[in-house]
Design a protein around this ligand. Structure first.
Ligand code: SF4
Ligand code: SF4
Length: 234
């Protein structure tokens, strides 16, 4: 943006720029109006009437740097990488992360999250939790936006299973997988809502945990860290 002293007299008057803006707005209004009327009569089908994206039927591909919904990352043995250290919850300015720690059955890991929840109605998607995590256990590279509607507030609280499921979907279906799954869920719920018989509505959080997630039964033999050596003998 130009500073006032860098502006020409023409720009300082403002009126020409305002008229230019109005001309652009009117051009799009009249063009869309004409194309929509033509569509009513079956003409000009190859011309798009609107400049906006008709979500969810159409959607734009998010950029690589898009900060999307969270996921909990997994180790190679499918166990959750999070060690329930609470650093993300401490760093969170919205105080929307809830963790309940449990003792891990793996002798090399002290704790794991028995419960890990994010209240997305409070989350401001700042990414501080991702920055605070010392073991890369939480990420926001899912290329899916937060849920935009639900049946009750619990639908917006993302559970550990949901957060882990996003990692599985990302690995199996690629970067569009989580968004496709969300759109499928929207259509599934649409059908339920508009079903004239109204079968009992169930919230997302009451559904079963994703089938493809399993806690490892046997503790994995991870190498023991020689802390003295790692700290240079100190
Ligand atoms: S993105 Fe920000 S507000 Fe949301 S859970 Fe992480 S730290 Fe909290
Ligand atoms: S996600 Fe990371 S920072 Fe948060 S509790 Fe787990 S290990 Fe700690």
């Amino acid at each position: 943006m130009k500073r006032r002293e860098e502006m020409t007299l023409w720009e300082r008057i403002y009126l020409p720029e305002i008229l230019k803006g109005l001309a652009i707005t009117n051009y799009h209004f009249l063009r869309n109006f004409a194309v929509n009327v033509a569509h009513l009569f079956g003409a000009a089908k190859s011309h798009r009437a609107s400049a906006t994206t008709k979500y969810p039927e159409e959607r734009k591909r998010y950029p690589d740097t898009f900060r999307g919904s969270h996921r909990l990352t997994l180790r190679e043995d499918n166990s959750v990488r999070c060690t329930a250290c609470y650093l993300c919850a401490t760093a969170c300015p919205a105080q929307c992360i809830f963790i309940e720690a449990g003792e891990s059955s793996n002798p090399h890991i002290e704790k794991f999250p028995v419960r890990y929840e994010i209240d997305t109605l409070r989350c401001i998607y700042c990414g501080l939790c991702v920055d605070a995590c010392p073991c890369d256990a939480i990420r926001m590279d899912t290329y899916v936006h937060p849920r935009i509607w639900g049946f009750d507030r619990r639908d917006f609280v993302e559970t550990k299973e949901q957060l882990i499921h996003r990692s599985v979907v990302l690995a199996e279906r690629g970067r569009d997988g989580n968004m496709q799954e969300m759109l499928e869920w929207y259509s599934e719920q649409d059908e339920r809502v508009y079903d004239p018989l109204r079968p009992e509505l169930r919230t997302f959080t009451e559904r079963e945990a994703p089938k493809d997630y399993r806690e490892p039964k046997e503790p994995v033999d991870l190498p023991v860290i020689d802390r003295e050596r790692a700290n240079g003998g100190r």
